[in-house]
Design a protein around this ligand. Structure first.
Ligand SMILES: Cc1cc2nc3c(=O)[nH]c(=O)nc-3n(C[C@H](O)[C@H](O)[C@H](O)COP(=O)(O)OP(=O)(O)OC[C@H]3O[C@@H](n4cnc5c(N)ncnc54)[C@H](O)[C@@H]3O)c2cc1C
Length: 333
């Protein structure tokens, strides 16, 4: 039986952020993930300036693809609205592996199935034992399933369904585009270029409201593919994959004794744009602080509105100056 002080289930942004903060304080941490990193994570890979700040990232020194956009383009029907701001894109395959490695925590490949609690702490699959347990396993997190689901059931009306594909593609259109409510989509679709010839495109919407639009997610994908092939990505070969996760609802119980739930496991993505990386990182850092400082573990303010963050970045002068100077990637004014 392998013992440690803090066992983190899942090495995505939530788990890696918690591990990073705990390792910096010298805590004996172990991360378990069922996949070996770098691993594929379906995600558009858009990150905000808040994420950059909270992770203390120097974007110029980041060793992988990172593209800074000096604006986003919002489409509402025929209206194309350029919004000057500062936002970034990364590839999750690279970003997550980098974050986890940077944490300095040991990582073991293990698919967690059974968790039991006793007076000493937590036992996992008869192979691991820890005083503290952090559930960072995403939508299907076993810590959520075994310890939190009954107390914190997810609301089906907050479930997002998505279809997306990230491909190597020599894009020419350098802005990030978001299309809202096309053909009644209860969500939006996206075109997110990545540095040095990668592109992520996808569509996402509230599952329960999809049927009212008269199209299923595949139908909405087909509409997006037509737009992409017409002008944004001619000749691109797409083969999208589906994934689902939850927008932030009324998350009540996030800690039970010394067990914590973070990120998508808790269902923390922003209600307007489904942005989950920031809330995952914030919740992972807070779980670490709760362990290190005995701080209260509260998540009521880790999910803001993505649109507020975009508006805020419009007025972040130093960051805008950097973005306009095209410090990273190919994006320029
Ligand atoms: C199509 C799509 C596009 C998105 N686009 C964006 C975006 O552009 N920007 C944004 O901010 N958010 C976006 N999101 C949301 C974002 O991807 C998630 O909110 C974020 O990844 C949550 O991080 P996490 O660490 O909680 O979970 P995850 O990133 O899902 O990491 C969980 C980890 O746990 C591991 N794990 C799971 N089960 C087990 C187990 N039983 N045992 C061991 N390990 C396990 C997994 O292998 C995984 O590595 C998008 C989501 C989707 C589906």
């Amino acid at each position: 039986m392998r013992s440690c002080e803090v066992l983190i289930v899942g090495g995505g942004p939530a788990g890696a952020a918690a591990a990073w903060r705990l390792r910096r304080a010298g805590v004996d941490v172990l991360v378990l993930d069922r996949e070996a990193f770098p691993r594929l994570k379906l995600c558009a890979g858009w990150i905000t300036p808040e994420v950059v700040r909270e992770l203390e990232m120097d974007v110029r020194a980041y060793p992988h693809r990172l593209l800074t956009y000096p604006r986003l383009r919002f489409h509402f029907g025929r209206l194309n609205l350029p919004v000057p701001c500062v936002q970034h894109s990364i590839r999750r395959l690279e970003f997550d592996a980098w974050l986890l490695q940077r944490s300095g925590a040991p990582v073991e490949l293990h698919n967690v199935r059974h968790i039991s609690a006793d007076a000493q702490g937590y036992a996992v699959d008869g192979a691991y034992r820890a005083r503290y347990l952090i559930g960072a396993g995403g939508t299907r997190c076993p810590v959520y399933r075994e310890l939190f689901r009954e107390l914190n059931p997810r609301a089906s009306e907050l479930q997002l369904v998505t279809l997306e594909h990230e491909i190597e593609y020599d894009w020419q259109e350098k802005d990030c585009h978001l299309w809202f409510f096309t053909h009644g989509l209860p969500g939006y679709s996206w075109y997110v270029p990545k540095e040095r010839g990668w592109l992520n495109v996808g569509v996402g919407g509230i599952a329960a409201r999809m049927k009212n639009s008269g199209l299923d997610i595949r139908g909405h994908w087909n509409q997006l593919a037509r737009t992409l092939h017409g002008s944004f990505a001619p000749g691109a070969q797409f083969d999208p994959t589906g994934y689902s996760y939850y927008l932030r609802g009324n998350v009540r119980v996030v800690r039970r004794d010394n067990a914590f739930v973070t990120g998508d496991a808790a269902g923390l993505a922003t209600p307007d744009l489904g942005e989950g990386i920031g809330p995952a990182i914030r919740s992972g850092l807070r779980a670490a602080d709760a362990i290190l400082k005995g701080a209260e573990y509260r998540l009521d303010d880790v999910t803001g509105k993505s649109l507020t963050s975009i508006v805020r970045s419009m007025f972040d002068r130093p960051a805008r100056a950097l973005a306009l100077a095209g410090q990273r990637g190919h994006a320029s004014a």
